[in-house]
Design a protein around this ligand. Structure first.
Ligand code: SF4
Ligand code: SF4
Length: 131
């Protein structure tokens, strides 16, 4: 088992990483099960800076690329003492940190509606509306 990095090591690693976890938000969404759901995800993905991914637990998540307003140009946090709990917890266990974890943070991820539609087609999901 890999040794968990100390807080000091973690801040050094975070600088090397470029603070990637401060550059987006992600929130869980319902697992798509019907045409309306498939269409909603297509709609999300037709917008810039939006991704949809499925994590290792099979949960579907919407990811919005957007840097935190407290992220300084050098990668440090200007609101460190008042940062949200999710920021405090993330990276505390290096298996939850996307930079240090051995596996990708998701099972699969879509960045465009085309990618998602191709995935639905491959799975033979009927997502198209009748003309
Ligand atoms: S992804 Fe990991 S290494 Fe990068 S800033 Fe976040 S906690 Fe630090
Ligand atoms: S509050 Fe600080 S640690 Fe949290 S996302 Fe913003 S810059 Fe990163």
């Amino acid at each position: 088992m890999t040794k968990k990095p100390s807080k000091t090591e973690m801040s050094r690693v975070c600088v090397q990483c470029g603070a990637r976890c401060c550059r987006y938000i992600a929130t869980e969404i319902d697992t798509p099960t019907c045409k309306k759901d498939y269409d909603h995800i297509r709609w999300y993905l037709m917008h810039g800076n939006i991704h949809v991914f499925v994590d290792h637990e099979g949960d579907w998540c919407l990811e919005v690329e957007s840097s935190c307003e407290h992220l300084a140009p050098d990668g440090s946090c200007t609101n460190y003492s008042n940062r949200p709990k999710i920021c405090r917890q993330y990276g505390a266990d290096h298996q939850t940190c996307e930079y240090l974890a051995e596996d990708a943070p998701y099972e699969f991820r879509f960045s465009t509606a085309d990618e998602y539609e191709a995935w639905l087609d491959k799975k033979k999901v009927k997502w198209r509306w009748k003309k």
